[in-house]
Design a protein around this ligand. Structure first.
Ligand code: TRP
Ligand code: SF4
Length: 400
């Protein structure tokens, strides 16, 4: 049993590159050893902006999963699935939409930003406005409490927390809630029930966050509580209704941002990427033809590493000794740029080699990928179904 559940998704928009690896995937690979992890292909999200090119999305789904596995996402540790294969996401999205104020969606910064950035495309659609809510459904349906995202996505997680809170407030107020919560507390046993009450009082009367954390930890340790009682005790603790949906936290990726070949952010639209599956010859060539400090016209011209995108790569790929060597030799014109680039070429190739080996293995056996995605979807559906049962019940939509 893990205490935390991590969920994250990525849009299938093309071949993944080292920017994705250093910014996102490396972090996922690490997390899967620490927490229960669910990673999914956000194909519906891709449709919110690429609704006119669905065939592209289809092609990219399996390829992206190959890239994930190549990067080290381990299907034995993590659940990997495709969003559209778990239709419960759409059902939850619909139900959440009933009480989501339009203003909350309009005020999310990515809404206006993206509309301006993708100006040539008509994004005044219902789906595009609602896409953060779809993201909320993605998260809430698994009761995930940790969501690794980049900085630009933090407002989406904040919004998701507000949605969860509003849901619990609207639908967690069952008749006799207080009495039921008190009765649930008694089931913890005398000592723990007293501790729970004490911590709850400290939190509610003095806003003591440590008491809140301690009480949550106490509840998390209780294996024998029924789901209903758990929801009551978590909700009672914070003074809301039953805590049917869990408020997630953003896990801000301390992304080592990898600059692209020209020093700008590595991005497909800037044509400055090294793809995870670029052939080694191409990788060498890309690095060897990278621009350098323009002051170094001849080998005898001294350079300033800080003005050179190769230097930025040395920050990621080289140790202190190599960096010292680069800095001294560049500023005193003791080496040529190709010589300087060689350690970066070697390091990138060494980083990519095991990835490409894994990718080749999966690429040769497409049925493996297929089966692994199918298994992941099945697991995800089971978790999603569980939450939907509670959600339907809370919203008066149960017919059994
Ligand atoms: N919106 C994210 C993006 O565009 C992808 C995404 C969709 C996601 N659902 C998610 C990320 C849930 C984290 C959790 O990059
Ligand atoms: Fe850049 Fe290295 Fe050439 Fe200096 S020697 S300009 S750091 S590539």
């Amino acid at each position: 049993m893990y205490a935390n559940r991590v969920l994250s998704g990525m849009r299938p928009t093309g071949k993944l590159h080292l920017g994705h690896y250093h910014g996102v995937l490396k972090n996922w690979v690490q997390l899967q050893h620490e927490h229960e992890c669910l990673f999914f292909v956000a194909d519906w999200h891709a449709l919110t902006t690429l609704y006119d090119s669905p065939q592209m999305i289809q092609e990219h789904i399996q390829e992206m999963v190959v890239d994930w596995l190549a990067a080290g996402v381990d299907p034995a540790l993590s659940t990997v699935f495709v969003q559209s294969q778990v239709p419960e996401h759409a059902e939850l999205h619909l139900l959440l939409s009933m009480f989501t104020p339009l203003g909350w969606l309009e005020r999310i910064p990515t809404y206006k930003d993206q509309q301006e950035k993708l100006g040539e495309k008509d994004l005044s659609t219902y789906g595009f406005l609602g896409y953060p809510l779809l993201q909320s459904a993605d998260i809430l349906i698994y009761r995930a409490n940790l969501v690794p995202v980049g900085e630009d996505q933090v407002p989406h997680i904040e919004f998701t927390r507000e949605i969860a809170r509003r849901f619990n407030h609207l639908y967690g107020r069952e008749p006799g809630f207080e009495q039921k919560a008190e009765a649930a507390a008694k089931k913890l046993g005398n000592k723990k029930a007293r501790l729970y009450d004490e911590l709850r009082t400290r939190y509610q009367e003095q806003g003591d966050d440590e008491a809140l954390e301690a009480a949550r930890a106490l509840l998390n340790e209780q294996q024998s509580l029924s789901m209903g009682d758990r929801e009551r005790l978590f909700g009672y603790l914070e003074g809301s209704g039953k805590m049917i949906l869990t408020e997630p936290q953003a896990l801000l990726t301390v992304a080592s941002r990898l600059p692209g070949l020209d020093g700008q952010k590595m991005s497909k639209s800037y044509h400055n990427t090294i793809a995870l599956r670029d052939a080694p010859e191409d990788v060498s060539k890309k690095i060897r033809t990278m621009p350098t400090d323009p002051a170094r016209v001849r080998r005898t011209d001294a350079g300033t590493p800080e003005k050179c995108p190769v230097w930025a790569l040395h920050q990621v790929y080289s140790d202190d000794a190599v960096r010292q060597w680069v800095h001294d030799s560049c500023s005193q014109a003791k080496i040529g740029c190709l010589e300087c680039k060689q350690p970066v070429v070697d390091a990138v190739l060494a980083e990519l080699a095991p990835m490409q080996e894994r990718a080749a293995y999966y690429h040769e056996t497409p049925s493996l990928i297929r089966n692994l995605i199918d298994d992941g979807c099945e697991k995800a559906r089971e978790l999603a179904r569980d939450t939907m049962r509670d959600v339907r019940q809370a919203m008066g939509l149960h017919f059994d």
